[in-house]
Ligand binder design. Structure first.
Ligand SMILES: [Zn+2]
Length: 341
């Protein structure tokens, strides 16, 4: 199926979903219950400025030492604070996961005030009953370098429960998010010793203190102009949110992240990622695509439904769709309905 046909299908579905948008509830009951019974703990990194806490108060680092309770986080080249970017992305991931029937617990309740020390957030993740916890950050690295990475803890971790959670399942969910980011067209970081999108660290307290499988994501490098532009924009934050949701979903359902290139004949072709592209109705297909099939149409409709709560959370309609967002939603839909491994 051609991307133009996907877009047509998505536009049609949008037109039929206006009441569903108002109810923030997908029309497809299979989608709305896909993650029923699953709880995800989302930790948007850092906190707002309106607090009187002492950030340098020392707390347990999970490795027999201590660490600052919190840090302020980075600021992008254009002056956008990390805490606001991570908050915005977390809100979108929350909207998407909840539209699929998952419960979402947040580490902080707003982007204005305090959100807890690193050890308190790790404890809250464990107490939340979540299957998986996700710490969302953006990095500040060398200005000439770019890319995302996942921080994974050096093993073994002294705490047995944290070691158990992070050694097997923690690695699995981190790799699922890595795969989703690569599939989404984000490049793994080219700095700080990152290998295939993963960076092993013994100096980050969160992973060493968290007793449920943890994703610790650095979405990009806010000191790099190109990464910063994506991190700062609503459209770019939406791309990050869909890619992250896809990785979480792949882990929760034990399905491989399935891009449009991986789909069988009859599924749509992937277009070139282009964040500057206008609405996808004007985007020519990258290559000749097979004929439309029922499964391709189903996935297009589901991709459209997946975008409804996300665009609704941004107060936007289908005019905000880009070919990249359509592809990302398609990958999310395909991953949701891929056969379990
Ligand atoms: Zn951070």
């Amino acid at each position: 199926m051609k991307p133009t046909i996907i877009t047509a299908a998505i536009t049609l579905v949008f037109a039929g979903l206006v009441p569903a948008v108002a109810a923030a509830d997908p029309a497809d009951p299979e989608l709305a219950t896909k993650l029923s019974g699953q709880t995800v703990f989302l930790d948007p990194g850092h906190q707002g400025p309106n607090h009187s806490e002492n950030l340098s108060r020392q707390v347990d680092d999970g490795r027999g030492g201590t660490k600052d309770c919190q840090t302020t986080g980075m600021t992008t080249v254009n002056g956008v604070p990390e805490h606001t970017i991570t908050w915005n992305v977390a809100q979108l991931v929350k909207a998407s996961l909840e539209s699929l029937g998952a419960q979402v617990v947040l580490s902080r309740q707003d982007d204005s005030g305090w959100g807890g020390c690193v050890d308190e957030r790790a404890r809250a993740a464990g107490d939340s009953g979540a299957t998986v916890a996700v710490s969302i950050h953006a990095d500040s690295g060398p200005a000439s370098e770019r890319g995302f990475h996942l921080i994974v803890p050096q093993l073994p971790i002294p705490d047995a429960a944290a070691d158990r959670a992070q050694s097997g399942e923690g690695r699995a969910v981190s790799q699922s998010v890595r795969d989703a980011y690569v599939q989404a067209g984000f490049s793994p970081a080219t700095y700080a010793g990152v290998r295939e999108g993963l960076q092993t660290r013994s100096d980050v307290a969160g992973p060493a203190l968290t007793t449920v499988p943890l994703v610790f994501l650095e979405m990009g490098n806010g000191a790099n102009a190109e990464d910063a532009a994506v991190l700062e924009s609503a459209g770019g934050q939406l791309e990050h949110a869909i890619a992250l949701t896809t990785g979480i979903v792949g882990y929760l359902l034990d399905t491989p992240v399935t891009g449009t290139d991986d789909l069988p004949a009859g599924a749509p072709a992937r277009t070139e990622p282009d964040t500057t592209a206008p609405a996808p109705k004007t985007t020519a297909p990258k290559r000749a695509a097979p004929e439309a099939s029922d499964s391709g149409t189903d996935l297009a409709e589901r991709a459209a439904e997946l975008l409804v709560p996300l665009l609704g959370a941004l107060g936007k309609d289908q005019e905000a769709l880009t070919s990249e967002l359509v592809n990302l939603a398609y990958t999310l839909a395909a991953t949701l309905f891929a056969p379990a491994r």
